[in-house]
Design a protein around this ligand. Structure first.
Ligand code: HEM
Ligand code: FPP
Length: 307
């Protein structure tokens, strides 16, 4: 895994390859949580400024994802799940990807600072560095805690959205950060359990590879249980109404329920890993629904829908 091995086959790239570098499917949830942070924050923001803030989160996240793939092109080439990405497949050359990633990252931070506010820009800058450097270059190849610590990068967008509106960091955006931080390990380890042979092949010390399946399964349950108080915290501190409280309780109870069969089973040969796949799929739906509930609750309160 180095940043120096060239992938310079010059098949003409088109815009779709550049778009793919931004990991659009994964980033859709990153952008959504950023938007929800913005919509749930107290106070008003001009719609054009609000749109710009979300655009900057999207561009920054895309830039960081691009730099992640620029650095990991060799690793991605060795894994079935990632081998068809634009760099390992040779559809894009590596220097172009690096320049694209830097342009998106720098552009998004500058635009955020100039058009929205500099605190939001500073947090965006830090989250890009967190994902592209701290997680990708430093933690991922070194420790099975890579996801736990590295998960911080993906937890910033709602805080950025919130700060875009309020200009300061209060308890609520910290709680929103914590929810995604503790959601990330079960989200990713559920997937790592069914693609772990890929990671082992390229020497990435993901938890199931290093500590074994049993330990990973138990840790998934621990983080899922931690989500219960955390997801309820916005309601418990009086930051939301009952609508969010009920949604958080139900959604998180299902999360824990789906973690239980993952925690207490031993995989068998030729296993289709259905509980793990189910938990991974639900983890994505969960975060979409939880953040949607946060916004619905705020709308209900400001519009007086619940009387
Ligand atoms: C260190 C943290 C994380 C890791 C290692 C991780 C890893 C992954 C991987 C490997 C996939 C499989 C799909 C793919 O290869 O594109 C995936 C899917 C996904 N992740 Fe994560 N993820 C992390 C954090 C997050 C965060 C913070 C979010 C959003 C808030 C997120 C949202 C998603 C979504 C929406 C998908 C499904 C994409 C699809 O439908 O193809 N992930 N994640
Ligand atoms: C605003 C901002 C900068 C947001 C960043 C959001 C963020 C860090 C999301 C994490 C998402 C992600 C795709 C992790 C994949 O891990 P990986 O790269 O190890 O996965 P891979 O094996 O698929 O390459």
């Amino acid at each position: 895994m180095t940043a120096t091995t060239p992938h310079t086959r010059s098949i003409p790239a088109d815009w779709r390859d550049f778009f793919a570098l931004t990991k659009p499917r994964v980033m859709s949830l990153v952008i959504f949580t950023g938007l929800c942070g913005l919509l749930a924050a107290p106070g008003a923001i001009h719609p054009v400024i609000g749109f710009t803030a979300v655009l900057c989160i999207a561009l920054g996240a895309g830039g960081a994802a691009t730099l992640n793939q620029w650095w990991e092109a060799d690793l991605d080439a060795g894994m079935k799940r990632t081998a068809r990405r634009p760099l390992p497949s040779g559809r894009l050359n590596r220097t172009d990807a690096r320049d694209f990633g830097i342009a998106l990252s720098v552009g998004s931070v500058l635009l955020m600072g100039l058009a929205v506010n500099w605190l939001a820009a500073a947090i965006l800058f830090f989250s890009i560095i967190y994902y592209a450097v701290i997680y990708t270059i430093w933690l991922k190849p070194r420790t099975p805690q890579n996801i736990v610590i590295g998960g911080g990068a993906g937890a910033f967008p709602p805080m950025i959205g919130w700060v875009a509106v309020t200009g300061d960091v209060t308890l609520m955006p910290v709680i929103l950060f914590a929810i995604i931080f503790f959601w990330t390990p079960p989200h990713f380890w559920a997937l790592a359990l069914f693609v772990q042979s890929d990671y082992a092949k390229v020497g990435i010390p993901m938890m199931p590879v290093v500590k074994g399946e049993r330990s990973t399964r138990r840790q998934i349950l621990v983080y899922s249980l931690l989500l219960l108080p955390l997801a309820l915290a916005p309601w418990l501190i009086g930051g939301t109404g009952l609508l969010y409280g009920i949604a958080a309780a139900v959604l998180t109870a299902v999360f824990v329920a789906l973690s239980l069969p993952v925690a207490f089973r031993t995989a068998v040969a030729d296993d289709r890993m259905l509980p793990e796949k189910r938990l991974f799929g639900y983890s994505v739906l969960y975060l979409f629904a939880l953040f949607a509930a946060l916004v619905a609750d705020r709308m209900a309160q400001t519009q007086g829908w619940l009387g």
